[in-house]
Design a protein around this ligand. Sequence first.
Ligand SMILES: C=C(O[C@@H]1C=C(C(=O)O)C=C[C@H]1O)C(=O)O
Length: 421
Amino acid sequence: MDKKIGYLGPCGTFSELAVRQYLARQPAGDVQMVALPSIYEVLAAVVQGEVTEAVVPLENSSEGAVNQTQDLLAHTFPDLRIKGEIILPVVHCLMAPPGVSLKTIERVLSHPHALAQCREFISRHLPGAQVVETASTAAAVHLVASTGAPWAAIGPVTAAREYGLEVLVEKINDCPGNATRFIVVGREDGGWAPDCKTTLIVSVAHRPGALYEVLGEFAARGINLTRIESRPSRRRLGEYLFFIDLVGHRLDEQVQEALEAVASRAELRVLGSYPADLSGPEHTADPVDKVKRPADDIPSSSTVEAGFTGQAVSPSPVQWEEIEGLREAIDEVDEQMVELLARRNALAVRIGKLKAGVCPVRDPHRESRVLARVRRLAQLKGVDPAIVEKVYRLIIQHAVRLQREQQGGARAACTPPAGDF
Ligand SMILES: C=C(O[C@@H]1C=C(C(=O)O)C=C[C@H]1O)C(=O)O
């Protein structure tokens, strides 16, 4: 067995759908799915080694944070780490035993979050029904199916099939874009990958500007925060823990620097870095709102370009010939640039070997001199110095990472300490 994944059961919950969505994106392997009765037991199973990973809900697009998950991670299971996220579209259905109609329903059962997501539907269509909370959506479906009473459950359509109920009304969630973000929790977080997110818990001193200063460390480095949520610290009234999600991996140069700066100002715990689920609405809905990544700078073929306002007309064969010739020249330049980059990287690695055990890999003074010099060179050649600086910051970041990898200490040195709030 390669993996055992725990989730909030019984079969047919949205958590189960989330696990299936997660597994569909993983390399094939032998996986056992283990349904457990509560979020507490799901997380405890990871700590006790009964499962290798667990999938638990963290937030919903209409109802906000799942406080229980946040509190358990903050206070009860400090050694757990977040290693993945899954954004699942959540569509609720109203289901009942065969023969029960909307008008005859006496009770409606579901998980409190599901009931909250369908609040308007319930008040409009089931005003006389008693609302009953259950441990999960599937538990509600199971209960309604086993009693056969004129009750209805709210849950995923897959649960209706699983337990033999009839779907009376589909898509009853009040917000059509309803989605839940689940996290994959393990004893280690995810390794470095592009398009990652990092989740932190920060506790700041009780003085003016303390939170502002922490947030400033991210702003100063252009790090995008995607969520900030506060929960009581449980130490005293008026003191909070801030759950912060940011774009980037904790091993990214800028993120690493920001985390070091935050740790010097506040109590910091890194819950983990993990690949962002790019299927989520923040990436697919309105392109203006989506997280900006490097490829966004390249205009798509449908982008309206400055200087081109008329109808598209194909270039003539002569123009095409010239374009092709110039493109060949660009290809040659690209070859040289990549060749030069490889040479630069190899030199940096040699420097890294000489620094091993002697001095830190990063040398901010040298970096400033390198950047100042290339800016000057750019100016002399009529190239935008800001663009050249941007490119060089990436090149230097990569050189530093190569040196750290070659020294073999990158991961060990950066593994977040297990704090205890
Ligand atoms: C290559 C070095 O290591 C790092 C990388 C640098 C670079 O790529 O130019 C500059 C300074 C160091 O942070 C070096 O020390 O020269």
